[in-house]
Design a protein around this ligand. Structure first.
Ligand SMILES: [Zn+2]
Length: 405
């Protein structure tokens, strides 16, 4: 369940119809009946409501399919907007999206590591206000704010628990506080889950019914989508791939487990390896700045053929691939999308290691292949997903007549 959502994400008839219009526009009531299995009367009522709310508009007549001409429908893209925030330790990404899930504005800010929670709320509220002003958005059209944060999350209220690199936020009710500071409804979700939702809207995943997103920021997470819906588990903490133990005799992890994937493959670990490398390795610049910048520089050096950088990235990619094989064995997805700022400069290494591991080591490899692809927008996926969840939440909270399936 999303924090502060009143019910589990249910793509009700209303948002489902909007989703189909978005994906197939221009479309018609007849096509909506066919796509949704709702009755013609239900579609008529639903479209009437959507037209009255200005979310959809009629845009002329389509070709007749035997009866009277079809009236074509399109989304009114700018009738509703939402803000998505990816709240990370090393950076914060903020996007604004329209009703179609198109990003209409973005901003990157300093990360939240070590900052006082109230300071974070204040700068997020200011950044949201600036983005709204800069884009000239009408506040009345803003559905709300979605915040994507690493887990574990504690519902309800929007608090992180026991995140080693965001200790300052532990127990802080981010959703409640940001709602007060901005005057807008706020929902919070896991960043990897939000990224998985974001990939759907970005169009990365095509028609794949079950896919996972592996999200590399300061930590490592994964989000699962099944039949176009995120799978969240019992407390929105599903998919914590970073805390799969890949060496049960390995070092203690702050999470309480031992030998976790994050201890071998998370960007802070790889950047630290670079820092400890001898001067002759040519990696001195990697340790400058925050971990995200360091990971980016390490990836650039690896891509340019620096042997030490290539070894560090390859070892990280091999460990991550091990976790991805486990993820696929558990959930039988047929597509894995890599997303998050950690992949920004070294995607090729990760794609290669993950694809090789999946082709040779998954249990169901004789039954079906699993493809690994890079996100259409690794940096924005989580923030976009969070924004679309805020849109969805707003749409789902607004009843529309007596629709019955
Ligand atoms: Zn752990």
């Amino acid at each position: 369940m999303m924090i502060k959502a009143k019910a589990p994400l249910r793509q009700d008839s209303r948002s489902r119809v909007l989703d189909i219009i978005r994906a197939t526009e221009p479309t018609s009531r007849i096509e909506l009946v066919r796509e949704t299995s709702l009755t013609p009367a239900s579609i008529t009522h639903l479209v009437r409501d959507l037209l009255a709310e200005n979310l959809v508009r009629e845009v002329g007549q389509g070709e007749s399919t035997g009866g009277k001409p079809r009236t074509l429908l399109r989304l009114n893209h700018d009738s509703m907007t939402a803000i998505g925030i990816q709240l990370g330790a090393a950076s914060v990404g903020i996007v604004a999206t329209n009703l179609a899930g198109n990003i209409v504005g973005r901003q990157i800010l300093q990360g939240a590591k070590d900052l006082d929670p109230q300071v974070i709320v204040t700068f997020l509220a200011q950044a949201v206000a600036d983005l709204i002003d800069n884009l000239g958005l009408d506040r009345a059209t803003i559905a709300g704010i979605g915040v994507a944060m690493p887990g574990p999350l504690d519902m309800p209220g929007g608090a992180l628990r026991n995140v080693a690199y965001l200790k300052n936020l532990s127990g802080f009710a981010m959703a409640d506080e940001l709602e007060v500071a901005t005057g807008l409804p706020v929902i919070v979700d896991n960043d990897a889950t939000a990224a998985a939702v974001g990939e759907y809207w970005l169009g990365t995943t095509g028609g794949h019914p079950a896919y996972a997103t592996v999200y590399l920021a300061t930590g490592i997470g994964s989000g699962l989508m099944v039949n176009r819906r995120p799978y969240r588990g019992s407390s929105s903490n599903a998919g914590e791939i970073g805390h799969i133990s890949i060496d049960f005799r390995g070092p203690d992890c702050p999470c309480g487990n031992r030998g976790c994937l994050e201890l071998f493959a998370a960007p802070p670990v790889l950047v630290e390896k670079a820092r400890l490398a001898p001067a002759s390795a040519g990696l001195a610049e990697v340790a400058l700045g925050n971990v995200e910048d360091g990971m980016s520089r390490l990836g650039i050096l690896a891509a340019r053929g620096n042997a030490a950088a290539m070894n560090i990235i390859r070892e990280g990619a091999e460990s991550l691939a091990c976790g991805i094989v486990t993820l696929v064995n558990l959930f039988d997805v047929d597509m894995v999308v890599l997303a998050g700022p950690g992949f920004s400069s070294c995607a090729a290494f990760y794609l290669k290691e993950a694809q090789q591991a999946l082709d040779s080591r998954t249990l169901a490899r004789g039954v079906h292949t699993v493809s690994v692809v890079m996100s259409a927008s690794p940096r924005d996926a989580a923030a976009l997903g969070a924004a679309t969840l805020a849109l969805q939440d707003k749409l789902d909270r607004k009843p529309s007549g007596e629709l019955k399936k």
